[in-house]
Ligand binder design. Structure first.
Ligand SMILES: *Cc1c(COP(=O)(O)O)cnc(C)c1O
Length: 480
């Protein structure tokens, strides 16, 4: 293999970059005309992939065209303006550019000295986002997503309460720690319990109230019960914008209980945290500064390409206490490192080799400004309001209460309008018509509801009309 196989010639490179920029432009131009749901033909997809033979190398332009065809035909077009599903927005243009730059310069962020610019860019963002949530100084880093960030929170809580945890593991602790989440919390907290050795049976799923928020009386009584049983209540997780219903747990009340009980308060603001920029929602964010740690996902409402989670805590040293390991090949103490001035991320996180995740958020913010994000969030909140209004006026009943643009609803005009099988049929019909993409979920794991979330920055009022039209058409088709 010679260097031209990997680096390519200048002519080929230039032709390819041109092709890539044309591809990006035509994707956004054509996006609306694509079916949101892909062809799900297993054999066809595998045959398509096998059409590339590694023993018969191809021209780079052909390779790019092949990948573009695969991505066009065989993936769900979540950036579509009428994708009203999970928290998967289209990428910001500056985010796409930043990822290309990061890939080109390919900095390794494990140590400060290898890439001081990149590490400082990320730390600058961490301090800025920490301040938004009321932290004077933040300790944190970018992660592969909310799942890793939430796992990091649990490890911080463990190492703070049980300094012997790192050496002895969970089995070496004097008593079993327990974690409290609402039954509507993201399942990654349960996964973290499994991965950290805590055990999924020690995660308490606290009942939610009628607004799908954690019931704090239940929380208090479960903590008391666990203490009686000789367990050690360790951490409570409040969610700021649940995945299902966009519910916002009562932050101040949870903070009060956590403080009284001496347990770690973690805030999972993966999706909803972005709404802190909407000044009209200030009240629901009261008390965020009391959280011992919190997480955000920049690849959700902030619309940067996947994957970009952020973990933050207001407690110094805990990350090092958990993650600092030395390796013979990287003795930082001998590099002239200035303690307190240089953040070495491999001493503070799960990762060793670390890509430049923060640049896509930094450049998006640099160009859009806080005001650009404020406008996006405000306008999507308004689209959520419009959707609620249109649904109500056509006989759909809304089951959730949230200022965030997530609407969970059932049909009052159909005798089976509250049943899973009917709602699933409606969702299927809407998706099949390609009017929009929504799905049927279950709130508190029991109550079926159609769920629509405004997440694409391409979505407009006319897309909301199309969704409601699609729903009403589906209802009509199912009646006759
Ligand atoms: C998306 C989400 C997660 C998981 O984050 P990933 O980035 O998908 O790993 C956790 N909690 C909440 C509330 C989420 O919305």
């Amino acid at each position: 293999m010679d260097k031209l196989s990997l680096g390519l010639t200048k002519e080929l490179r230039q032709a390819m970059w041109k092709k890539i920029t044309e591809t990006i432009e035509s994707y956004f131009d054509q996006l609306e005309s694509f079916p949101i749901v892909p062809v799900m033909d297993h054999a066809k997809i595998r045959d398509f992939i096998k059409s590339i033979d590694f023993n018969q190398p191809i021209d780079p332009l052909k390779a790019v065209a092949w990948a573009t065809e695969g991505l066009t035909k065989y993936q769900m077009h979540m950036p579509h303006p009428r994708y009203f599903g999970h928290f998967c927005p289209p990428s910001s243009s500056m985010g796409i550019a930043a990822d290309a730059l990061a890939a080109t310069f390919n900095p390794q962020l494990a140590t400060w000295r290898a890439s001081p610019f990149a590490v400082e860019v990320e730390q600058h963002l961490i301090q800025n986002f920490g301040k938004l949530f009321g932290y004077e100084k933040s300790y944190g880093h970018f992660t592969s997503g909310g799942t890793e960030a939430n796992h990091t929170a649990l490890l911080c809580a463990l190492i703070q309460r049980f300094p012997e945890f790192r050496k002895e593991g969970i089995v070496g602790l004097k008593s079993r720690p327990t974690v409290y989440v609402s039954e509507e919390a993201h399942h990654c907290h349960t996964r973290a319990a499994a991965l950290s050795g805590l055990g999924v049976d020690y995660v308490r799923h606290i009942k939610s109230n009628s607004a799908f928020q954690m019931d704090v009386d239940e929380l208090s009584s479960q903590i008391a019960k666990d203490r009686q049983d000789g367990l050690t209540p360790l951490m409570v997780v409040g969610t700021l914008g649940t995945t299902n219903a966009g519910a916002i747990d009562p932050i101040e009340k949870i903070a009060e209980i956590a403080n009284r009980e001496g347990i770690w308060f973690h805030l999972d603001a993966a999706y909803g945290g972005a709404a802190i920029l909407a000044s009209e929602l200030k009240d629901i964010f009261k008390g965020t500064e009391k959280a011992d740690s919190f997480i955000l996902d920049a690849h959700k409402w902030f619309s940067v390409p996947m994957a970009a989670g952020i973990f933050m805590t207001r407690h110094p040293k805990l990350l090092e206490n958990m993650f600092k390991f030395s390796a013979a090949f990287i003795d930082l103490e001998r590099t002239g490192r200035i303690e307190g001035e240089e953040v070495d991320l491999h001493y503070q996180s799960m990762q060793w080799s670390r890509r430049f995740i923060g640049l896509k958020l930094f450049l998006t913010l640099a160009v859009a400004g806080w005001e650009g994000y404020r406008e996006l969030i405000r306008s999507q909140i308004q689209l959520g309001e419009l959707l609620r209004k249109e649904l109500k006026s056509t006989g759909w009943e809304i089951l959730n209460q949230t200022p965030l643009p997530i609407v969970c609803f059932v049909d009052t005009k159909h005798p089976e309008g509250r049943e899973t099988s009917y709602l699933e049929k409606v969702a299927k019909k809407v998706v099949k018509s390609n009017q929009a993409w929504i799905f049927c979920s279950h709130l508190n794991e029991a109550t079926p509801a159609l769920r629509a979330c405004v997440i694409s920055y391409w979505s407009s009022e006319s897309d909301i009309h199309r969704l409601v039209k699609g729903l009403n058409q589906a209802r009509e088709d199912l009646t006759y």
